[in-house]
Design a protein around this ligand. Structure first.
Ligand SMILES: Cc1ncc(COP(=O)(O)O)c(C=O)c1O
Length: 364
């Protein structure tokens, strides 16, 4: 007996597969496969999370008002134009399904985040990829790919898995070039890591344009991936649409409490950013020294190109690292089979990675 057929498009979805976290026969792995925080969450966030244990029989605040106020204070933006979600993935999916459906197109860059085609197919819309230049979003290619049917454009800035970013002028040129009927979603999941002076996360555009929304997450620099917490900021009309389509209690009480503490601990966030910068640069230098191609990254991971010869290729490096208890990410499903994506971990983890790759590259 077969099950009832889902809507067209659903079975075209290649399910998202998260980074591995365990290896057979290895007790203590080094996990550098999901761009999680090297430092974990702020101690204040852990404490706030534990305090929720006494109130587990109560529903959470359905409008996450205290959390929205804390975010608004931190960034100097209006809390009424913020919505919180069960990870930014939820908000991206809600945006795509509210603004695009059968017959509509959802546009993103060739190496854009894999959740974008999933969200498009799930909405019954058609995913469209624009080509990139040098592993970076190409504004002209995106604008050329816009058609009458384009309802949503999704840009990760910085982008995962390439680590490249669009500066303020480039993002503004993109926003200026899009028709009013098309929603631009700036997915700034890694924004807090970026120290480049010509970058902003997109809050300025989201504050002033009717068709721009920015999404953010607590999964990266704030170290709260397990709790699933993200937020979006944009025009009141777009936030209203999301509030109508989200689940009434989409953000748990634990996530709200930990999120408030995390975003208020700016000293911890600054330390996480500074550590990331130090170990990203150190790792990039070391891997360049081994003759590997390290693509420039402003985020908490590096995209690293390996030689094509079978003994030194990305697949062989991945297998070797796994044998040594280190999990990184294959990116074949992004069309980057010659690369591995390596998250930036602690000093100890980065030293172990470099040591292992040095052995791999020098083996006869
Ligand atoms: C570019 C990008 N956007 C969004 C997300 C999703 O984050 P969240 O954990 O908030 O759903 C990720 C997670 O890896 C990401 O890389």
């Amino acid at each position: 007996m077969s099950t009832p057929p889902p809507r067209p498009g659903i079975l075209d979805i290649a399910p998202y597969i998260g980074g591995l976290s365990e290896l057979p026969d290895i007790d203590k792995v080094i996990k550098l496969s999901s761009n999680e925080s090297a430092l974990g969450p702020s101690p204040a966030a852990k404490e706030a999370y534990l305090d929720v244990a006494d109130h587990l029989h109560r529903y959470p605040d359905s409008s996450a008002s205290e959390l929205r106020n804390a975010i608004a204070r931190e960034y100097g933006i209006e809390s009424e134009k913020i919505i919180c979600g069960n990870g930014s993935d939820e908000l991206i999916s809600l945006l795509v399904s509210a603004y695009a459906g059968p017959g509509d197109e959802v546009l993103y860059s060739r190496h854009g985040f894999l959740v974008y085609p999933i969200a498009a197919y799930a909405a019954g819309a058609t995913p469209v990829e624009a080509p990139e230049k040098n592993l970076k979003t190409d504004i002209d290619a995106i604008l050329n790919a816009v058609s009458e049917k384009t309802r949503v454009v999704l840009i990760a800035n910085p982008n995962n898995p390439t680590g490249s970013y669009l500066d303020n002028d480039e993002m503004e040129r993109l926003a200026n070039g899009l028709p009013e009927r098309t929603l631009l979603v700036i997915d700034a999941a890694y924004a807090e890591y970026v120290t480049a002076g010509d970058y902003t996360a997109g809050d300025g555009l989201a504050a002033t344009r009717n068709n721009v929304v920015m999404t953010r997450t607590f999964s990266k620099i704030h170290g709260l991936s397990a709790l699933r917490l993200g937020w979006a900021y944009g025009p009141a009309g777009v936030i209203d649409v999301l509030n109508r389509t989200r689940g009434p209690f989409n953000v748990s009480a634990a996530a709200q409490a930990a999120g408030i503490a995390a975003i208020s601990d700016s000293a911890f966030t600054a330390r996480a950013r500074a550590d990331n910068e130090t170990w990203r640069q150190w790792t990039a230098d070391q891997l360049n020294g081994l003759g590997l191609t390290v693509h420039p990254s402003v985020a908490n991971f590096l995209l690293v190109g390996f030689p094509l010869e079978p003994a030194r290729c990305a697949a062989a490096a991945d297998a070797f690292l796994k044998q040594n208890g280190i999990i990184v990410r294959r990116v074949d499903n992004y069309g980057l089979a010659d690369c591995l994506r390596i998250s930036i971990g602690t000093e100890e983890e980065m030293q172990a990675l470099v040591k292992a790759l040095t052995r791999f590259m020098s083996a006869a």
